[in-house]
Design a protein around this ligand. Structure first.
Ligand code: CP3
Length: 365
């Protein structure tokens, strides 16, 4: 079967009533009426769950991402436990970059660490384009999961060029992104060559996931908030747009996410998103005015609120569901990932509360 045929089959299947394309999550992404506000959590699969810590006890992060049986099991854990409206593929933004030949590791407690940071045009050239065979474990894991999940949609994802470039140029996590910005301002041609190559790798990685049957994709530009709007538009938006517009005909919603992006929300929508991720710094009604009526929003509970007493969590969840009603579509989420110290029972209660509060409001409305 060719890649194309498989992709078409997956999309046809999704169109069925009661299938994942008809789920509250995908409907909200498309700004269609929903029975309740759908909810999932970034990093819902991870260290907050004892069953995750157990399965990962003796397996490295990158190794676990390359084992379809482990990927499927870890992806399903939060779906079983919390009853979230979507699963997100267990993987990492640096998985396709490693597949493209970059020597890197994911160090527990630190994040991605790159052996030889990118400095020159030759370094960029060494980042190879990838195809399905380079990430066959992802293709296989998605197929296993789509069969297992039934009506629950699976979200595929990738890192956006800026956030990936930051890890590659810094060699690891950075607070200031100083080396990244120095390269961007000082060697714009090299910068654009690097981002163009990363956009190509990212687009291929997302196409593999879509062809294998994911119901939506999220492009993580976690660190884009480090830039002014003018610099974002000049140095980053064209590359993220290559990825998002390259998926325009794929038939699945595209979510575009970043942190600290209050000033970038409009531009991140214009890059070609169906849904824009919003962190806790911007209320959803304000965010929606910046993004406009043609896109849904996703967010935006502060992950640290989950560490507070339940009465505080409840007040914040109700506020966000209410403010989300100003948007043409709302997917409830955190403003960034679940913190490892979060009590998983609080997450389960949040899912139930979002469903209850939003269903009640829908009946009244
Ligand atoms: O549940 C999910 O959200 C799916 C899995 C997922 C992971 N990484 C698993 C992971 C997703 C969507 C990512 C994306 C990712 N990875 C991003 C974008 C999202 C964001 O948080 O902004 C970024 C910036 C990375 C890079 C990265 N990988 C970081 C910063 C870390 C954390 C380092 C640490 O140990 O604190 C990782 C490792 C990582 N990726 C873990 C998980 C579950 C932790 C590894 C472990 O369990 O030891």
């Amino acid at each position: 079967m060719t890649t194309d045929t498989t992709g078409t089959a997956a999309r046809d299947g999704e169109a069925r009533p009661g299938g994942p394309a008809d789920s509250p999550f995908v409907r909200a992404c498309r700004r269609e009426p929903v029975p309740h506000t759908p909810v999932w959590f970034m990093r819902q699969a991870g260290r907050s769950l004892p069953e995750y810590r157990e399965i990962r006890a003796n397996v490295g992060m990158l190794d676990s991402c390359r084992r379809p049986d482990l990927v499927a099991e870890i992806t399903l854990q939060p779906v079983r436990r919390h009853g979230v409206d979507a699963a997100i593929l267990f993987s990492d933004i640096v998985v396709p970059v490693a597949a493209a030949g970059v020597d890197l590791d994911i160090v527990a407690g630190t994040g991605p660490v790159v052996a030889e940071p990118v400095r020159t045009a030759e370094d960029v050239e060494r980042i190879r384009p990838i195809g399905r065979d380079d990430v066959s474990y992802v293709d296989e894991a998605v197929r296993l999961l789509v069969a297992e999940l039934g009506a629950t949609p699976l979200i595929g994802f990738a890192g956006a060029p800026f956030t990936l470039a930051s890890y590659l140029v810094e060699g690891g996590p950075s607070r200031t992104h100083a080396k990244t910005k120095a390269l961007m301002y000082g060697q714009p041609e090299l910068w654009h060559a690097l981002c163009a190559r990363l956009a190509e790798v990212t687009l291929s990685f997302l196409r593999v996931q879509i062809d294998a049957g994911v119901s939506a994709v999220q492009l993580f530009d976690s660190w884009a908030g480090a830039l002014s709007e003018a610099d974002y538009r000049r140095y980053v938006l064209p590359h993220s747009a290559t990825v998002l517009s390259g998926l325009a005909d794929a038939g699945v919603p595209r979510i575009h996410f970043g942190v600290g992006t209050a000033e970038l929300l409009g531009a991140m929508g214009e890059a070609g998103a169906d849904v824009v991720g919003v962190d806790w710094r911007t209320p959803l009604d304000v965010a929606t005015r910046r993004i406009g009526p043609d896109r849904a929003v996703q967010g935006n509970l502060d992950p640290t609120v989950l560490l507070a007493p339940w009465s505080v969590v409840e007040t914040e969840v109700r506020r966000i569901v209410e403010q989300g009603r100003a948007a043409p579509g709302h997917v409830f989420n955190l403003g960034h990932g679940v913190l490892p110290e979060t009590d998983p029972e609080v997450l389960t209660r949040v899912v139930a509360l979002v469903h209850e509060v939003s269903a009640h409001r829908a009946e009244q409305g």
